[in-house]
Write a protein that binds this ligand. Structure first.
Ligand SMILES: [Zn+2]
Length: 328
């Protein structure tokens, strides 16, 4: 069956990484910037491996310059989400790309994005919340002003703080100052770990940064004692199977660890990560899991409930989304 219309909750989506290539091409055209090197002839993004992906990603981000660009970006990304049945989404926002981490500049970008999120909710029926992320490969010092941006602008829309970027740069504890600042401000925490790093990276992230969710976390599977601890502690994994398969972070769909993690009692959720870069959508994620593991609507209903429980929004928003999920 097609899962396109089936309602979905997504927790792990990078805003810039969700930018449809046609949108970036249009923006590059308007700004008279030549980005032809990052596109294939069919119009999709072109890159060789994970490091090159980060280079292409940053080149695409280079045409996202003004608050107005980011307002349009939010609408373009949410249009894709809504088309794929997403009713609630949390997206990673990077002040590094929005005014270089300067707080007053960030406020302007945030205002524009929040306006777009409100418009997307009214017109497309998809509710969006923002998680501010520092970029790991920019280093711990750069993470501090980003945590300050998060602490100063938290509210109904900005509900969480996290870390993205190249996982193998530094150790989790290097970033504890930024995470402590965000935690003390009352933000909910998530952190990428265990996509490229091994179980030790997941364990160190939990020990040193104490997030309640882990982005990816799939390599925890190589240490079953750790898997059991993650299950017992109720840590939620934001699993992105299509991204993992595409980049080779895991084996192919039938070998993807999400099934074993779930069967061992870990709270798993499903997301797209950077969908147009990995040729995926939330519909394709659900369909890939249905094909690989014979998962059915009952399984997806459970994944949605787990994701909504782990969402960083307030209870009134959760109740509203729960009613939408129940209506199907
Ligand atoms: Zn990610």
């Amino acid at each position: 069956m097609s899962y396109k219309e089936y309602p979905k909750v997504e927790l792990h989506l990078h805003l810039e990484g969700g930018a449809p290539p046609a949108f970036i091409r249009q923006l590059a055209h308007e700004k008279k910037t030549d980005l032809s090197r990052i596109f294939r002839e069919d119009g999709s993004y072109e890159y060789r491996d994970f490091d090159h992906f980060l280079t292409v990603y940053e080149a695409a981000c280079s045409v996202l310059q003004t608050p107005e660009d980011f307002r349009r970006l939010v609408l373009a990304v949410m249009e894709q989400s809504a088309e794929n049945g997403v009713v609630y989404s949390e997206t990673f926002l990077s002040p590094d790309f929005c005014g270089g981490g300067d707080l007053s500049a960030w406020r302007e970008y945030l205002h524009a994005m929040q306006e777009a999120a409100d418009e997307a909710e009214r017109k497309m029926g998809v509710t969006l919340r923002g998680i501010i992320t520092c970029i790991r490969h920019f280093g711990p010092e750069k993470a501090k002003p980003i945590a300050l941006c998060a602490a100063e602008t938290m509210g109904d829309f900005i509900t969480g703080f996290g870390m993205a970027g190249a996982e193998m740069v530094g150790r989790p504890g290097d970033y504890s100052y930024a995470f402590d600042m965000a935690r003390e401000a009352g933000l909910r925490l998530t952190c990428h770990a265990g996509e490229w790093g091994g179980p030790d990276m997941v364990a160190d992230t939990l020990r040193d940064l104490a997030p309640e969710r882990i982005g990816h976390g799939v390599n925890a599977i190589h240490d079953l004692a750790l898997v059991d601890r993650i299950a017992e502690d109720g840590i939620v994994l934001e699993v992105c199977p299509g991204s993992n398969v595409f980049l080779g972070a895991t084996g192919d769909w039938p070998e993807h660890p999400i099934r074993m993690l779930r069967e061992r009692g870990v709270k798993v959720t499903v997301s797209t990560d950077d969908p147009p870069y990995f040729g995926t959508t939330m519909t394709r994620e659900f369909e890939g899991l249905a094909r690989a593991f014979d998962w059915t609507e009952d399984d997806f209903a459970e994944l949605n409930r787990t994701a909504l429980d782990a969402a960083f929004c307030d209870d009134a928003t959760k109740d509203k989304i729960a009613k939408l999920l129940e209506a199907t």
